[in-house]
Design a protein around this ligand. Structure first.
Ligand SMILES: NC(=O)c1ccc[n+]([C@@H]2O[C@H](COP(=O)([O-])OP(=O)(O)OC[C@H]3O[C@@H](n4cnc5c(N)ncnc54)[C@H](OP(=O)(O)O)[C@@H]3O)[C@@H](O)[C@H]2O)c1
Length: 261
């Protein structure tokens, strides 16, 4: 039987890219989904296209306001048991430090860092009470290696790996599994939706993401790693997949590579 069969999975970022591919695969695997992102209409269209649409529900939240999102979610979900939380929603960045407003740094942190904490804090008490649950966050290879144009995204994605490491330590032996997923370049809308220096979206693809592996492949590998209870997994191909390994063992080489790119 699949790890996901009959489990309630709260999945953020379910309207697009990796989250959308995960939603389809999770529904096929027998999960009951709570689908979250900002756009209720897009999520409803996703729900209707999934296997067994009646098993799934839509919960639209704006994670750029994490406390408000958590309050709304608490009211909507009541005492519903969440078996697995997948914090996948996120936004990237394409702007130099010199050109980036402080409000953009704050927005990246709200969505990519505080949003994860707010939803985690909502589900954690019941998971500990039940001594059962799984919390997953989609960070990034950008959470291990800092590169140009992504200073705020790097900060948030580095930070969230630290948060997940701490969560794993604090829940050790208490029945809660903690997994961090670190994708490299994946072919999704992430570059298109990236924030520029004034907070507006980039509005076009970039060749790195367009040349990456598919969202479907990333989702399948992520779900496999989650089912195995992995602590941390890097997913992708080429240099973006190798980068965390190189950073650990050849940090000088990586510093040179990212400076010249
Ligand atoms: N693609 C890559 O190369 C790559 C690499 C490493 C890590 N990642 C990470 O993978 C995750 C998924 O990204 P993706 O590549 O699938 O990008 P994507 O296609 O742009 O999808 C992003 C998702 O996040 C949701 N989202 C954005 N802002 C939100 C907000 N304020 N509140 C709630 N939901 C919000 C979006 O839905 P709405 O627009 O409906 O809100 C969408 O469902 C992100 O955490 C990203 O950082 C991606």
């Amino acid at each position: 039987m699949s790890y996901y069969q009959g489990k309630t999975v709260w999945l953020t970022g379910a309207s697009s890219g990796i989250g959308l591919a995960m939603a389809k695969q999770l529904a096929e695997a027998g999960a009951h989904l709570i689908l979250t992102s900002r756009r209720a209409d897009a999520l409803e269209a996703v729900r209707q296209g999934l296997a067994h649409p009646e098993r799934h529900r839509v919960l639209a939240l704006d994670l750029s306001q994490p406390e408000q999102a958590a309050t709304t979610a608490a009211a909507e979900l009541g005492d519903q048991v969440i078996d697995i939380l997948i914090n996948n929603a996120g936004v990237s960045q394409r702007s130099l430090i010199l050109d980036t407003d402080m409000k953009v740094y704050r927005q990246l942190m709200e969505i990519d860092y505080f949003g994860v904490i707010a939803l985690t804090k909502l589900v954690l008490p019941r998971m500990l009470e039940r001594q059962s649950g799984h919390i997953v966050t989609v960070s990034s290879v950008a959470g291990k290696v800092g590169t140009k144009l992504r200073s705020g995204y790097n900060g948030a994605k580095f930070g969230v790996i630290g948060f997940m490491d701490s969560l794993r330590a604090e829940t050790y032996g208490k029945g809660v599994i903690v997994t961090s997923i670190l994708p490299g370049f994946i072919n999704t809308q992430v570059a298109h939706n990236s924030l520029t220096g004034d907070g507006s979206a980039l509005g076009h693809e970039d060749p790195d993401n367009a040349g990456g592996i598919s969202a479907e492949s990333c989702a399948a590998q992520s779900l496999q790693a989650i089912a195995k209870g992995k602590a941390e997994v890097v997913i992708g191909s080429g240099l973006s997949k190798l980068a965390p390994f190189l950073q650990r063992f050849f940090p000088g080489l990586v510093r040179n590579l990212v400076a010249k790119r």
